[in-house]
Each structure stands twice: as structure tokens, then as C-alpha cells.
Write a protein of this length. Sequence first.
Length: 306
Amino acid sequence: MVTNPPSLRIQSPSARARSLARLRRGLSILLAAAALSAGARASEPLRVQVPSLDAPGGTALQQPGFWFDAGPGPRAAVLLLHGCGGPYGRGSALSERLVEYAARLQALGLSVLVTDSLSPRGERSLCTQPIGQRLVTQLHRRLDALGALQWLAVQPGVDAARLGLIGWSHGGTAVLGATNLGHAEVAAAAVKPAFAVAFYPGCNDERRRGHRPAAPLLLLLGGADDWTPAAPCLGLADEATEPRPQREVYADAHHGFDGTAPLRLWREVPNGAQPGQGVHLGGHPGAREAAQARLARFLVEVGAVR
């Protein structure tokens, strides 16, 4: 019996459709990765006020926000959640990291919102405060994120079914909380995220609670992180209910590995794997590049980028 060589075999219509779908998805991932790694420039953001679900005295706390609108939609939209140092660099300008990610996500066709959880509560930074003495808690961050998702859902051009969260450090921990159906406020929220990404979050508390993800979640972790170690996050992912979080660990990478600042020891931080001895913070070029490519792949997988 004569058969066609593998390269010449005739595919059925359904097989051809699957092959084309895989090809399109692979191309989308490559294009997304290129957009995330290329030098993009963000549009000038619109300053907005975003209601939190935190309403002391019955009045919703207003979060200062920066709205990077990607134009007519329907488009996916992403909320970026800052770390313990707040969203600002110098003065009232957004930090280099947040501007960079806003630009790259806009290049992928996503609209981007950045909010400030600290200044409305009289804080500029939490990094050198012991966790137990912080006046801005993870409950505040969670309520802020859920309120911002509601705000995003009604913006012109935004696809309310494709809203996501991306957070770093303290903001990454907020991502874990805002996607955990084990929290009553998350389970009851009118708008929930469709996808989420957490860069080097603190995972101990959410792991102890037990994580019931409301959406696909990607954890991007530093193998050498001595501020928010990777091990509890790996445990959280292993023990979570479906859909279990995806995770990537970058060996030899410390906290803040996706930045460009040189590695340094920050002695003033009282928290971390070895309390009182400070923590290491700084970029890792290899991990930065790999994490951006993994983020691009994830955004295609969850349908945020089409």
C-alpha cells in the first residue's frame, strides 16, 4: 500500500482548521512578545478619580487614577497595581516601571488603568513599615482593585468580559486577594477579573487561607527573592483549586527582577525572609526578558490579546 509522506498527507477540514488556529496563536504570541520587549511609548494618560469599594462612613474612597485609553474597542483593559512604594517616581509622575508597562500593553491593544491606594489614605510608602503596623492593608487594596474593575467595566471601548489585573510585590499580593473567591467581597463582587498576573507577590496569607481562583492566574517569581520568597507561592499554586495558578520561577533573580536598577541591599526594610537583615532588590536582564515573553504568551492564552 502506498501512503503519502508525512509532509504530503492531506488533512481533513477540521485538522486544517486546528493547524491554522495553532499557527495564528503562535503568531499572536510572537507579535505580543515583540511588542512587550520593544521600546514603546505610552500615550499621555487622562487623570481620573476611581471609586473604591472601601467606603468609610458610607462614602466611597476615591483613588487617583491614570487612564491610558487605547481607543475604540471593544478592547481588553488591565488594572496595574503598584507595590509598597506607591505608583509614583519623582513628584506626582508615575514610576518608570508603570509607564513602561502601560506603553507596552497599549502597544498590544489593551487599555490600561493605574490607581493609587496610598495617598488617599495619607501614605506615600509602606516599604519600611512593619507589616503589622501598616494602616493600608491588603483588605484596602482588594477593595480598591474590585472598585477599579467596576469602573473599567463601564468605560467606552472596554470589553467588560476581558478585564485583568497585573500587580507587583504588595500589588501582586493584592492580585492574589482580588482573585480569591475565599474572600466574601470577591465572591460577591459584581465585576471579577478575567485574568491576572502577579510579579513576586507575598503568598503566605493567601496560602494559609486557601486560594480559590476566580480566573486564570500567572505567578512570576524570583528564585533568589529574599523579600517575598517563591516557595510559599509554589505551595499556593499546588494547593489551589481549579484553575490552578500557572507559575514561573527565575533562578538567581531577586525582588524587582523585571526592572533595570542594579541589585542592592535595602537594609531599612524590616520584613522579608530574614527580618532585620534587609532585602535585596534589583533587575535581572535574563529574567526580565523571559518574564516579558511569558506575560505575552499568557495574555494571548487568556484572550486579552487577539
